[in-house]
Design a protein around this ligand. Structure first.
Ligand SMILES: [Zn+2]
Ligand SMILES: [Zn+2]
Length: 361
């Protein structure tokens, strides 16, 4: 009886052991795979982890190929646009010199001849000078190493370098630009601290030149237009020579081009004039609008920390320190540098509370 019980318990122990071994071997592959999965996930997360990662960064990463394409196309088209500005402006200047000026000298009274020759040449010199300076002057980049005169610094995520106040990264130029306004394809250059004045002056003088040409060429345009209409609508057509037909078409082309540019560039120039009066750049306009709404919710009033009042803003922008500078630095070509290094900015004392928030943007 005792022997039978011992055999029974030994068999049961053996069965239990076999069962445990079976269970252990059955779970082995699952555990191993699970361990590998957890380890891989940890490795991946440790490689990709970034405390700055948010939905904006994820969207940026998703649209990175689109941005890359747009940036490269804009960079390439910049050269085409600059060539286009030079060719179109050159064509109008040629038409004025070869077609209109001889006519003005022959038929206009002397005071009008003086006016057209002096004003036209002054305006042309201002356009050429400011365009040349705007495309050849670098807008200014922050130093790669931190410097003591940088007022407030954040880090550019693209350059991994210190970013002074009012500095923004241009993805087309692939660099940070001091007091960046925008990247202009018509200049194939960024508009920033050191060439902002040249850009605006070019817009202003080009608009003035186009308005001047459109207004003073109004009668000539209608005469030329009527002559072209006669050529195509009258039977038999009037007997115009080749040079007369070329003259009529040139006058109509120059007038249509000048009046179109006057409208388009004039609107852009007025918008930039409003921004300069407010002491803002195009980028800061968006930032300041958001900041205004944020402070409004808290019952506070937003004040632009870089605004010195409308007249003060214009004086700072144009570099006018004395009365005679309105003539020597605004109405005549001048290469004087802008006020300050672009690395630090004087701010109005009434806005110190919101200054820190804005500098970090
Ligand atoms: Zn940058
Ligand atoms: Zn740029």
């Amino acid at each position: 009886m005792r022997t039978r019980r011992w055999i029974f318990s030994a068999v049961m122990r053996l069965l239990l052991r076999c069962l445990r071994i079976g269970q252990r071997h059955r779970s082995w592959p699952t555990q191993k795979v699970r361990q590998l999965w957890l380890y891989g996930r940890l490795c991946l997360r440790s490689l990709l982890y970034n405390s700055f990662t948010d939905s904006d960064t994820a969207l940026d990463a998703l649209f990175e190929p689109v941005y890359w394409l747009v940036d490269h196309i804009t960079r390439w088209f910049g050269v085409v646009f600059v060539a286009l500005v030079i060719i179109l402006t050159g064509s109008v200047v040629c038409i004025v010199y070869f077609c209109l000026l001889p006519l003005i000298l022959r038929t206009y009274p002397l005071p009008w001849v003086f006016w057209h020759v002096i004003y036209g040449h002054w305006n042309l010199v201002m356009i050429v000078f400011h365009y040349y300076m705007a495309i050849t002057t670098q807008p200014g980049c922050p130093p790669q190493q931190p410097k003591s005169d940088i007022a407030a610094v954040s880090i550019c995520r693209k350059c991994i370098a210190p970013k002074p106040a009012r500095t923004h990264h241009c993805s087309i130029c692939n660099r940070c630009v001091l007091k960046m306004d925008h990247h202009c394809p018509w200049l194939n250059n960024c508009v920033g601290h050191f060439n902002h004045r040249y850009f605006f002056s070019f817009c202003l003088f080009m608009t003035m030149g186009c308005i001047y040409s459109s207004v003073s060429g109004w009668d000539m345009f209608w005469e030329a237009y009527a002559a072209i209409e006669q050529t195509y609508g009258q039977t038999p057509p009037p007997n115009f020579t080749f040079s007369q037909r070329a003259f009529h078409k040139s006058v109509v082309y120059a007038w249509v081009l000048c009046s179109s540019v006057a409208l388009a560039l004039g609107a852009l120039m007025i918008w930039h004039a409003v921004l300069i009066t407010r002491g803002e750049t195009s980028i800061e306009r968006h930032i300041n609008r958001k900041e205004k709404k944020r402070l409004q919710k808290k019952g506070k009033v937003f004040r632009n920390p870089y605004s010195y009042g409308p007249l003060g803003n214009w004086k700072v922008f144009l570099g006018v320190e004395r009365k005679r500078h309105w003539v020597t630095r605004v109405l005549l070509p001048s290469t004087h540098p802008p006020k300050g290094s672009g690395l630090s900015w004087d701010t109005s004392p009434c806005v110190s509370e919101q200054k820190t928030d804005l500098l970090a943007i």
